[in-house]
Design a protein around this ligand. Structure first.
Ligand code: IMP
Length: 190
């Protein structure tokens, strides 16, 4: 079964393709589906945003659509940046976001955090969501060249001493918030 993945984030697409490899479920990108759109995400929760993106693309296509909304919650910041992770800094670039996160945590020893992801599946007469998380801590400096976003600053509890950007993609997908959601996608389908 093939679904449209309602994202323009190439990193998410390659992660999700690796997670779904061998399951019989595959995704096509918005561009591959001939859609030049940027699905809206104006909600206050990961679930609202994931559903909003999937419903938006379903309304255009009537097809089976999957979307995710994700981000990082830092306990010392009261859960920020959370749903605003993509646009945490005014520049909204990966480097600026990571620099701002380190600056806001300067001098803070309690650095627990988690990545969260909510997947929304929308098809004809069908809606479902599933969530996944990955617990860890924010490092004092970025490390590693793989992954994207906040990966160089995130130390998963399950991989002591290594940031998410120091894991292979298979290692990341086995423990990540996104791996935990999309690993369950096949069982959500009719
Ligand atoms: P959105 O789900 O498109 O709203 O984007 C969420 C933002 O959270 C991304 O732009 C990244 O900054 C961050 N994020 C989500 N998942 C990950 C991940 O797996 N690694 C690193 N950063 C992530």
């Amino acid at each position: 079964m093939q679904l449209i993945f309602a994202t323009n984030n190439a990193h998410k697409v390659s992660e999700v393709r690796a997670i779904l490899d061998g399951t019989g479920v595959s995704v096509v990108t918005l561009a591959e589906a001939g859609l030049d759109v940027d699905p809206p995400e104006t909600g206050d929760t990961f679930e609202d945003n994931a559903l909003q993106k999937a419903r938006f693309v379903h309304a255009l296509t009537q097809g089976w659509v999957v979307a995710d909304d994700s981000g990082i919650e830092v306990d010392a910041l009261g859960g920020r940046p959370g749903v605003h992770s993509k646009r945490f800094s005014p520049e909204a670039t990966t480097d600026a976001n990571n620099r701002l996160l380190l600056a806001e945590l300067e001098g803070t020893e309690g650095r627990t955090a988690r990545f969260r992801c909510v997947l929304a599946l929308v098809g004809p007469g069908h809606e479902a969501t599933v969530s996944g998380s990955c617990e860890g801590r924010i490092a004092h400096a970025p490390r590693g060249a793989d992954g994207f976003g906040y990966d160089p600053l995130f130390l998963p509890d399950e991989t002591p001493g290594r940031t998410m950007a120091e894991l292979s993609s298979a290692e990341k997908n086995a423990i990540s918030h996104r791996g935990r959601c999309f690993g369950r996608l096949p069982e959500l389908l009719p």
